[in-house]
Design a protein around this ligand. Structure first.
Ligand code: ADP
Ligand code: MG
Length: 265
C-alpha cells in the first residue's frame, strides 16, 4: 500500500506496546491531519514518550502506525527518516561535538553508505542554522550552550532532516518561560511556512493549550479525552487524571490552567 497526500500525517489504530509483559500503551487510536498541531498531555508515566517513540518508528508497531497513509513497517529506516523527525525528551549529546556537526547528523538519511555529505547537505544545514539564529554557533561545542540555545540546535537537527512530521517530546521542559515561548513560536512559524505537522508532548498545560489545535489526554496507556484545548483542559478531567486541584480560566488563546492549593478537608 502506498501513501497519498489525502491521508492523515499520523494514523494510529489500536496501538499496543508492552515491555517485558507490562502493557504501556493499551490500544491507542489517533489521527493527526497534515498541518495540524496535536499535543499529548497526561501524568508522568502515562505513556506519552512511548507513544511518540512508536510514531517515530523507534518501537515496533508495524501495522498500528501509518504515516501519510503508509504503514510504518513498510518504510525502510532511511525513507522513514525523510518523513518523520524526532526531538527526544533528553537527546544524547555526543561529547565534544560542535553544533555544525551535530546538525549535519540530520542529513544522514541523504548521505550514501560510506559516502560524505554533499555541498547541498551543507547548504541545508547552513540555511537551517541561519533560520534558527544559530549562525554564530557553528563551531561551538554543544555542551557549552545554554538550555535555550541547545534546544534550538536539537530543533535544527530535526529540521535539517527535511521531514514534514515533527515529533517533539517535552521540547520546552528545560527552558524558562521566555525561551519556552520563543521555541514554540518558532515551531509554529515553521509549521505555517513549511507545512509541518507537529505531534508534541508537554507538561505545562496552559502553554500546551495555547499552541495546539487539538489535545489528547493519555492516562495509563489509554486515550481518555481528545478534542480542542477547551474540551480537554477541564477541571473535572484534570482532577480525575492528574489528581490535581486546578482552576481553569479563559485566556486569549485558550484555557489557562492555574494550580490551586487543595482545601483542607
Ligand atoms: N524500556 C522500558 N522498560 C520498562 N518500562 C518502561 C520502558 N519505557 C517506559 N516504561 C514504562 O512505561 C510507562 C510509560 O512511560 P513513558 O512513555 O516514558 O511515560 P511519560 O512519557 O508519559 O511519562 C512508565 O511506567 C515507564 O516506567
Ligand atoms: Mg515522557
Amino acid at each position: 500500500m502506498t501513501g497519498s497526500s489525502a491521508a492523515p500525517a499520523v494514523d494510529l489504530r489500536d496501538l499496543r506496546i508492552s515491555v517485558d509483559g507490562t502493557s504501556i500503551l493499551a490500544g491507542v487510536d489517533l489521527t493527526v491531519a497534515t498541518g495540524e498541531w496535536v499535543t499529548v498531555i497526561g501524568p508522568n508515566g502515562a505513556g506519552k514518550s512511548t507513544l511518540l517513540r512508536a510514531v517515530g518508528g523507534l518501537l515496533p508497531a508495524p501495522d498500528a502506525v501509518r504515516l501519510f497513509g503508509t504503514p510504518i513497517g513498510g518504510l525502510r529506516r532511511r525513507d522513514r527518516a525523510r518523513v518523520v523527525a524526532t526531538v527526544a525528551q533528553s537527546p544524547v549529546v555526543p561529547p565534544g561535538m560542535a553544533v555544525l556537526d551535530y546538525v549535519l547528523l540530520g542529513r544522514t538519511p541523504y548521505i550514501p553508505p560510506l559516502g560524505r555529505e554533499s555541498a547541498a547537505d551543507l547548504a541545508v544545514v547552513h540555511e537551517v542554522l541561519d533560520r534558527l539564529d544559530l549562525a554564530g554557533f557553528h563551531a561551538r561545542e554543544l555542551a557549552t550552550l545554554s538550555g535555550g540555545e541547545r534546544q534550538r540546535v536539537f530543533l535544527a537537527r530535526a529540521l535539517a532532516q527535511g521531514a514534514t512530521l515533527l515529533l517533539l517530546d517535552e521540547p520546552t521542559s528545560a527552558l524558562d518561560i521566555g525561551h519556552q515561548q520563543e521555541v514554540l513560536e518558532l515551531v509554529d512559524q515553521l509549521r505555517r511556512t513549511h507545512g509541518l505537522t507537529v505531534l508534541a508532548t508537554m507538561h505545562d498545560l496552559s502553554i500546551a493549550g495555547e499552541y495546539a489545535d487539538r489535545m489528547v489526554l493519555l492516562a495509563a496507556g489509554r486515550v481518555v479525552a481528545v478534542g480542542t484545548p477547551r474540551e480537554v483542559l477541564t477541571d473535572r478531567l484534570l482532577a480525575e487524571h492528574y489528581r490535581a486541584s486546578v482552576r481553569v480560566v479563559d485566556g486569549e488563546h485558550g484555557p489557562l490552567v492555574v494550580p490551586v492549593r487543595p482545601r483542607r478537608q
